[in-house]
Design a protein around this ligand. Structure first.
Ligand SMILES: *[C@@H]1O[C@H](CO)[C@@H](O)[C@H](O)[C@H]1NC(C)=O
Ligand SMILES: *[C@@H]1O[C@H](CO)[C@@H](O)[C@H](O)[C@H]1NC(C)=O
Length: 747
């Protein structure tokens, strides 16, 4: 037994390197921002009192710029909470096994899928197989697949996967293969000559499971293409009869099947005779007259169903497109929960969302590099990261609404199951009741228990509410990524995804669970700021649009809106531009990005702000007045061949007409017209470029906007492939931009 003196923690926390230097830099930047505010404010007074408004372009232009700069400064201050105190975590898994190997807690794993077309069954079962083969005692693991699409095809795929698992799980454990998603594994071994390949035994086994996998993949893909389950499979498994009364994905009874369970040992063993993890398929009841509450509703059903089937104390939620890339992740998470000194404070351990399908320079900035490599470490330093819905381990108690108490210590000893005497069939029938539509009527589910309802980003609001109950959370970002998903591979997918996120986050700010007032006094002030930085994504659109239109238009009128280069007030502007550029570049490179990736990130930053956020902002405002209903748009996770070829070559994918593209293209064209007109004047007029010296910043801003929009000009006029911008959209945006330009230039 250890005695108290030689306590060694199961994890350690280190401060980020460079935190001190960063703080100095941030303070200097803040001083410059204050100078700019002062300059703007002062100038408005001067032009108002001297009646020089006409010459200066009118008072409102300056007020608008002042407002935009106030906003940018204020928003920048909020983001400092995510950078000021970055912390990094490390776990000691060997200490965990030394102390607790024989009393590891039960873990329930929830995999969520919603649509068999967007999320193909073969992808779903690869995720299921990867989590079934975690390096963890099988009898302590249960895997639940929640199928909100209620699809026979997904059920069929899971049946196939359960047969394959009898070979796959022992194969993984015997040879310690990584990663444990079969698709990913067979993809990597193709081009890596592992030395264990020389092991004849291994080579044989590999050939066998590979063949089994390929056959299974073929059957599942065929069924998916034909949209029909083969008859012989239907006859073989009685579970399909549950679809007899099924009318549509929105109208069916509870479909639940326990595929593996220790109460059915004969059927639940792998080929080596060891018990497999419990495996359950669930499509909760859906009826048109009941709101199903999207993923939050699905997870809450799973929470109840799992509580009588396995009742694991730790719950992992993972999206069906994120396979486990590290078989030891459960142990990593347990190092936090089971740490004797700090473990009792921690409600959840969030892993980053990483992606398999991002190209080297991440054209759409879909890897969210800065969020996962910088900002979440900062949030962790303020009390804990947000819950992002996938790749997150929870304590069941805190997820179900328990308040934190410093005295309470978790009992990790495994208790016996409830309903120990019930047989499998009784267990299934009981579980079905728990997943029915009417079960939640007049209960606290969705309000104080489980995930919160009524918000498109239910995860974030649920995480916030857990933190508001006094719990801490932990961000664990190991060098070898724990979960790998599929990133969106076209511009529109990215923009739509961000519209949904920013809209949901903005709604949280306006809801009763707002981090601004609900969180007040319940979470740290820094964390409140951090949450607000995400919740205020959407309103960023106003200031950004103003900045990318007005200065360029006033440029062609020859009206100067910024200090001249010879003016001392130019210095704070220059300092911020140069300082932020260098800093953001360094930050991006040190997070593992490339120079081109940084430039792409900047472009997507601009596009999100001028299109996604604009839509999110206006939709939210409209909704406040009761105009439209929340719609949950799933971003597609499959892509055609041609599209993925362009994706690999990092050619921007437009392809369709979307109002979002019209906005982007119009802005791009407008700035192009302005820049061309200015350059033409500068060359033809006597004054030459000297006349524009005083407008240096405005010319630079306009030039930057043109430069960053190069892919749009190519998409509008130069490309011939199917991924270009449609010509009708080119016409529309050019006409719009030209009209705006002419009315400013000549009127
Ligand atoms: C993801 O990337 C891999 C390799 O780059 C490719 O084979 C696969 O088709 C891609 N998947 C999707 C859904 O884009
Ligand atoms: C995924 O795991 C493999 C080992 O199985 C590792 O080589 C690879 O680097 C991991 N991927 C990422 C993105 O960390």
């Amino acid at each position: 037994m250890r005695n108290r003196g030689e306590y060694t923690p199961l994890f350690e926390t280190k401060n980020g390197r460079g935190n001190f230097i960063y703080r100095l830099f941030a303070i200097s930047l803040f001083v410059s921002i204050c100078f700019i505010w002062f300059y703007r404010f002062n100038h408005i007074i001067i032009i108002t009192t001297n009646y020089t408004q006409e010459k200066n372009g009118g008072n409102w232009v300056w007020l608008g710029l002042f407002a935009a700069e106030l906003w940018f400064g204020f928003y920048w201050i909020l983001t400092q909470a995510l950078r000021w105190n970055r912390v990094f975590r490390q776990t000691f898994k060997n200490r965990l096994s030394q102390r607790y190997e024989h009393m590891l807690p039960k873990v329930d794993i929830f995999v969520c899928t919603a649509n068999p077309v967007i999320e193909p069954p073969i992808m779903v079962i690869n995720t299921v197989l990867s989590v079934m083969s975690y390096d963890y005692p099988s009898e302590k693991m249960s895997v639940y697949l929640s199928d909100d699409g209620g699809s026979e095809l997904t059920f069929y795929a899971l049946l196939e996967a359960s047969t394959f698992a009898k070979h796959w799980v022992p194969f993984c454990k015997r040879f310690k293969v990584e990663p444990r998603s079969p698709a990913a594994y067979f993809n990597t071994t193709l081009h890596s000559s592992s030395d264990s390949l020389s092991d004849i035994n291994f080579a044989n086994e590999l050939a066998i499971v590979k063949k089994l996998y390929n056959e299974m993949e073929r059957r599942i893909k065929d069924a998916t293409e034909l949209k029909r389950v083969p008859n012989e499979a239907r006859l073989k498994h009685e579970g399909f009869s549950q679809w007899d009364s099924y009318s549509s994905p929105r109208d069916h009874g509870t479909i639940l099947q326990i595929l593996f369970h220790k109460k059915d040992p004969n059927n639940s063993k792998d080929v080596d005779g060891f018990i497999l993890p419990t495996l359950v398929y669930l499509a909760r009841e859906k009826r048109p007259q009941y709101h199903h509450n999207f993923k939050a509703g699905a997870i809450n059903s799973l929470l109840r169903v799992s509580s009588i089937i396995s009742n694991g104390k730790i719950i992992l939620t993972v999206d069906c497109d994120m396979y486990s890339n590290n078989s030891e992740s459960i142990r990593d998470a347990l190092c936090f929960f089971m740490d004797e000194e700090k473990g009792h404070e921690i409600a959840y351990v969030q892993f980053p969302q990483n992606f398999e399908n991002v190209t080297k320079n991440d054209l759409y900035s879909s890897a969210l590099l800065l969020v996962s490599e910088v900002e979440f470490h900062g949030a962790d330093g303020c009390g804990g990261p947000l819950y992002i819905g996938t790749g997150c381990f929870h304590k069941r108690e805190s997820l179900c609404g328990m308040k934190f108490s410093d005295e309470y210590r978790h009992n990790w000893m495994n208790e016996d199951d409830l309903f120990i005497e019930a047989n499998l069939h009784e267990l299934e029938e009981k579980s079905k009741d728990l997943a029915s539509c009417s079960y939640e009527e007049n209960t606290l589910w969705g309000k104080e228990m489980g995930l919160k309802y009524g918000c498109p980003v239910e995860d974030v609001i649920s995480g916030l509410s857990i933190q508001s109950q006094g719990w801490k959370s932990v961000y664990y970002n190991p060098p070898r990524k724990a979960f790998l998903g599929v990133a969106p591979t076209s511009l529109l997918q990215v923009l739509v995804q961000h519209k949904r996120w920013s809209e949901g986050d903005f709604q949280i700010l306006l809801s009763k669970y707002s981090p601004a007032w609900y969180g007040f006094g319940r979470i740290s002030f820094g964390l409140q700021m951090g949450y607000c930085a995400y919740c205020l994504w959407a309103p960023n659109c106003l200031a950004t649009l103003y900045y990318s239109i007005i200065p360029s238009l006033y440029l062609i009128k020859g009206i100067n809106l910024f200090p001249k280069m010879s003016n001392p007030w130019f210095i704070p502007y220059a300092y911020i531009i140069i300082g932020e550029t260098i800093y953001s570049l360094l930050e991006f490179l040190s997070s593992g990005g490339t120079f081109k990736g940084w430039w792409n990130d900047l472009r997507i930053w601009l596009y999100k702000r001028t299109s996604s956020y604009l839509y999110a902002f206006s939709d939210t405002i409209l909704k406040l007045f009761g105009f439209s209903d929340p719609v949950f748009t799933i971003t597609s996770k499959v892509s055609e061949e041609e599209v993925s070829k362009r994706h690999e070559k990092e050619i921007m994918e437009f392809g369709t007409s979307s109002p979002m593209f019209t906005i982007l293209a119009t802005l791009a064209m407008l700035n192009l017209f302005c820049l061309v007109s200015v350059l033409k004047d500068a060359i033809l007029r006597d004054g030459g470029f000297g006349a524009y010296e005083k407008m240096g910043l405005q010319v630079m801003l306009c030039g930057f906007l043109v430069l960053i929009n190069l892919p749009i000009y190519q998409g509008l006029f130069l490309r011939k492939d199917s991924g270009k911008l449609p010509s009708s959209l080119a016409m529309k945006s050019t006409t719009l931009a030209l009209a705006l330009f002419i009315s400013f230039r000549f009127v």
